[in-house]
Ligand binder design. Structure first.
Ligand SMILES: [Zn+2]
Length: 213
């Protein structure tokens, strides 16, 4: 696992925003723009989707991304690919070193199955994604929700293919930085999950910074 720091300075950014846990965010990146996602307090799960903004039916694909790089884990050098194979983003810096693209987003159903049937009503990333999507373009529906990336989440995959939601390896101030290779819509749900021990039952804010290049 190699950790790569970024040469970019926050003073040079064109955008800088604090996003509390439980909130959603959309942004259209132009080709060449660079997005940094900062895990301000450590081990926050940042559930993220990417769409080709010029063709919203084409969205991030975990399968195309993993097969394209012959590696299950996402870190510096990873090219995030859409269903069509189109390159949407490239990870250009990473001080955490591991990000999950298998575990999916939390939902009312997963609250019920993973934690307790009585918790289905609680906030979840799938609802946040759907709310943000419908505000962005009312033609987007549930079927447009695709597999997502969970930045800063550590989900090791065992040789037998089983998944484990392990303790995080991120820490306060760690970040991942992505260069947009296309006109890319980014959709984030900063996870509101209060039932997951891997964030110590305490979801925390993130910071989003964008540079022109
Ligand atoms: Zn979540």
């Amino acid at each position: 696992m190699s950790l790569i720091e970024s040469p970019r300075k926050v003073e040079d950014a064109i955008y800088d925003r604090l996003l509390p846990s439980g909130e959603g965010w959309t942004y259209e990146l132009q080709p060449g723009q660079v997005l940094r996602i900062i895990d301000l307090e450590g081990n926050q799960a940042v559930d993220t989707l990417f769409y080709d903004a010029d063709n919203l039916e084409d969205h991030y694909s975990a399968v195309a991304t993993i097969t394209g790089q012959h590696n299950l884990y996402l870190t510096t050098g990873t090219v995030l690919r859409a269903e069509s194979g189109k390159a949407l983003m490239r990870i250009v810096a990473d001080t955490c070193g591991r990000h999950d693209t298998i575990g999916g987003a939390c939902s009312a159903q997963s609250n019920g199955v993973r934690y307790d049937r009585s918790l289905e009503w609680m906030h979840n990333c799938r609802d946040t994604f759907m709310l943000q999507l419908s505000r962005y373009d009312d033609r987007l529906q549930k079927r447009d929700l695709a597999p997502n990336i969970n930045f800063f989440m550590n989900v090791p995959v065992a040789p037998d293919g089983s998944l484990e939601f392990a303790d995080g390896i991120s820490a306060p101030g760690r970040y991942v930085e992505l260069e947009s290779l296309a006109h890319t819509l980014v959709l984030i749900s900063n996870c509101p999950q209060l039932n997951n021990p891997c964030n110590a039952y305490n979801p925390t804010p993130i910071r989003l910074v964008i540079w022109e290049n």
